[in-house]
Design a protein around this ligand. Structure first.
Ligand code: PBE
Length: 307
C-alpha cells in the first residue's frame, strides 16, 4: 500500500513508517492531495498497487473492466479475477479499515444498501449505459411447456423487489427459503406472472444461472413460482458463457440472467439465433467500477498508469 514510501528507505525504516502512517490515518490526507493535484507522488493508483478487485473472469463486467484499462490507457494495471463472494468480502474488509478499493460492481446489488458507495464516472462509455436483465429460453419451450413459457415470459419485477430478496440472502438467508417467503408475501405480483398458466403435474424444468447475487435471487424466485405451479424445478449454477450455451443448445430450458445490451452483448450475438428472447425481467440495471464514497476520486479518468 505504501509502496512509494518504502522506496529509498531501508526496509526497517519503511516498516515503521507504514505503521506510523496507518496509526495516524495520514493516508487520507495524502490521498486527497494526490488525487486533487493529479500528483503521482502518493495516489490511489499506487496505493491500490494498480489492481482492480474483479469477480468471475467470465462476467461481462470483468471483461469490461479489462477493456477500460485499455480505453483509459491504464498501463500496468490489472483487473484481478476472483468470485462475486470474494469481491464482496474484500470490499467489506476495505471499508472496515477505510482503505481504498476499486471493485467491478453492478446494481441492483445489496452492497449499495449496506455500504456508502459510488460508481466512478466513465466518460469513455466503456461500461455502457442502463442495462436490462432479460429472460432467454430454449427453442421449443413454448410448445413443450406452454405454462412455464407463460410464467417466464411474464416474469418482471423491480429493482426494489430484487434488492429485498438479495439483502436477506446476503444477511445469511438460504436462497430457496428467502425466495419462498418473498413469493408468499408478494402474491399479487406473482399472480401477474402466472396469469393464464395452468398447473402441471411434476414436469421437469431446468433453469441455469451464475452465482451472482442478482441471479441467485431472481432464479430462485422464478424457480419457486414454477414449483408452486407443479413443476419439478432444477436450478443449476454454471459459468456465464456455459449458461448462454446451455439454453442455446437446449440442454437447459431457460435463464433469467441475460444482461443487455452491453454486458452480455458478445454472448447474445453468438447465440441469439438459437434461443428465444423473452425480453426484460428488470429495467435500470448498471455495471461499472465502484468505490467507497470516502475515496476522493470521481472518475476512471483520474486513475494513473503505472510508471
Ligand atoms: N454481473 C451480474 C454480471 C451480470 C449480472 C454484472 C456480475 C456480468 O457482469 O456478467
Amino acid at each position: 500500500m505504501f509502496k512509494r514510501n518504502w522506496k529509498g528507505l531501508g526496509v526497517a525504516l519503511g516498516l515503521s513508517l507504514t505503521l506510523f502512517a496507518a496509526g495516524c490515518g495520514s493516508d487520507d490526507e495524502n490521498n486527497s492531495e494526490g488525487a486533487a493535484n493529479g500528483n503521482d507522488e502518493v495516489n490511489y493508483s499506487e496505493e491500490l498497487d494498480y489492481k482492480i478487485t474483479g469477480i468471475e473472469a467470465g462476467a461481462g463486467v470483468f471483461k469490461a473492466s479489462e477493456q477500460a484499462l485499455e480505453d483509459y490507457g491504464l498501463e500496468g494495471w490489472e483487473s484481478v479475477a476472483s468470485s462475486s463472494g470474494a469481491m464482496a468480502t474484500a470490499l467489506g474488509e476495505a471499508i472496515d479499515k477505510e482503505e481504498p478499493i476499486i471493485v467491478t460492481g453492478w446494481s441492483p446489488h445489496w452492497k449499495f444498501a449496506k455500504y456508502d458507495l459510488k460508481y466512478l464516472e466513465d466518460p469513455e462509455g466503456t461500461f455502457g449505459d442502463a442495462e436490462i436483465i432479460g429472460t432467454m429460453v430454449r427453442e421449443g419451450l413454448e410448445e413443450d411447456m406452454p405454462n412455464a413459457y407463460t410464467v417466464l415470459d411474464q416474469f418482471f419485477w423491480t429493482e426494489q423487489d430484487m434488492n429485498d430478496v438479495m439483502l436477506e440472502i446476503s444477511d445469511g438467508g438460504d436462497a430457496a427459503e428467502v425466495a419462498a417467503a418473498w413469493v408468499e408475501d408478494n402474491a399479487d405480483k406473482v399472480s401477474e406472472w402466472t396469469e393464464g398458466a395452468e398447473e402441471v403435474d411434476g414436469k421437469e424444468i431446468e433453469l441455469v444461472y451464475v452465482e451472482w447475487d442478482t441471479e441467485v435471487a431472481s432464479t430462485h424466485v422464478v424457480g419457486k413460482v414454477l414449483e408452486d405451479l407443479g413443476f419439478d424445478v432444477t436450478v443449476t449454477p454454471i459459468d456465464n458463457a456455459l449458461m448462454w450455451q446451455a439454453v442455446a443448445t437446449g440442454e437447459a430450458d431457460g435463464m433469467v440472467a441475460a444482461w443487455l445490451p452491453a454486458t452480455h452483448g458478445d454472448l447474445y450475438e453468438e447465440y441469439k439465433d438459437q434461443l428465444v428472447d423473452l425480453g426484460a425481467n428488470l429495467e435500470g440495471a448498471k455495471i461499472g467500477l465502484v468505490v467507497p464514497s470516502y475515496m476522493d476520486i470521481d472518475s476512471i479518468a483520474d486513475l494513473q498508469p503505472a510508471e
